[in-house]
Design a protein around this ligand. Structure first.
Ligand SMILES: Nc1nc(=O)c2c([nH]1)NC[C@@H]1CN(c3ccc(C(=O)N[C@@H](CCC(=O)O)C(=O)O)cc3)CN21
Ligand SMILES: O=c1ccn([C@H]2C[C@H](O)[C@@H](COP(=O)(O)O)O2)c(=O)[nH]1
Length: 269
């Protein structure tokens, strides 16, 4: 995960200090890109311990089209608690847009299902896109989507089997708390999509708009930068799952995850 450590030190050294919506203050850059070759290991940050549970349950929750934190709470995942209303609702956030985008005349679009079909039937298309950024709905969301658009790309390999890559555009990124989750989440999604479409995994490309470190995370970041990255774990998905809606928590195994101790930080609300 040298790419992640490079981003931390790049922003610490070259970022611009600004005030932000939460009143905390950030140091940030505009525009950055990281690339993870998924066949080399599962990109989970090793310089602080991450909660596998939060990452996997959150993705399953997005894929279920759910926008109420009830499922997360039942599974001990608290990362969305601060943004939910008294009924646990977040408004039309990721799950809604991924699975039930509402178009004109009541048309409902399942972007995830459409992209699975398109990858299977027309793999080299340049239109394999899912957008969570729905301008008509943004004002009703508890938080406008940060990881707002992703695209898949299928390419031939010498072994004769095609491979699937994914690129995410993240408009706003909390590098210390959010980004380690976002990397692992999209890497997991890419593995799931590849299995469903009978493809190998290619790269996960992570592209950022405003990539920032909150000022109350500087100390934690300095600590992390003293730590040496460890070898990456491997992901093992249950090979019997053949549909994107078929994955449960038990179908996702992360093997050999060795990390430095957890470093706590306050989330800016
Ligand atoms: N400021 C901010 N940063 C974010 O990363 C973020 C938001 N807001 N709002 C919406 C979601 C919620 N996300 C979150 C929220 C909290 C943690 C967090 O507190 N992480 C701790 C504990 C993790 C756990 O309980 O599993 C960590 O140490 O990673 C991470 C991501 C990502 N998003
Ligand atoms: O998946 C996520 C979700 C949120 N974030 C961070 C990025 C920002 O620090 C805040 C959102 O605030 P805005 O004012 O709406 O940009 O949450 C993240 O890094 N990853």
């Amino acid at each position: 995960m040298q790419q992640y450590l490079d981003l931390l030190s790049h922003v610490m050294e070259n970022g611009t200090d600004r005030m932000d919506r939460t009143g905390t203050g950030t140091r940030g850059v505009f525009g950055h890109q990281m690339r993870f070759v998924l066949s080399e290991g599962f990109p989970m940050v090793t310089t602080k311990k991450l909660h596998k549970k939060s990452i996997v349950h959150e993705l399953i929750w997005f894929l279920a089209g759910d926008t109420n934190i009830g499922y997360l709470q039942e599974n001990g995942v608290k990362i969305w608690d601060e943004w939910a209303d008294e009924n646990g609702d977040l408004g039309p956030v990721y799950g809604k847009q991924w699975r039930r985008w509402e178009g004109p005349e009541g048309r409902v679009i399942d972007q995830v299902k459409s992209v699975v079909e398109a990858i299977k039937n027309n793999p080299y298309s340049r239109r394999h896109i899912v957008s969570a950024w729905n301008p008509a709905d943004v004002d009703d969301m508890a938080l406008p989507p940060c990881h707002c658009l992703f695209q898949f790309f299928v390419a031939p390999q010498e072994n004769g089997k095609d491979k699937l890559s994914c690129q995410l555009y993240q408009r706003s990124a909390d590098i210390f708390l959010g980004v380690p989750f976002n990397i692992a989440s999209y890497a997991l999604l890419t593995h799931m999509m590849a299995q469903i479409c009978d493809l190998d995994v290619g790269d996960f490309v992570h592209t950022f708009g405003d990539a920032h470190i909150y000022s109350n995370h500087f100390e934690q970041v300095r600590e992390q930068l003293t730590r040496a990255p460890k070898p990456l774990p491997r992901l093992k998905l249950n090979p019997d799952v053949t549909e994107i809606d078929g994955f449960t928590y038990a179908d996702v195994k992360i093997l050999g995850y060795e990390a430095h101790p957890h470093i706590a930080g306050k989330v800016a609300v």
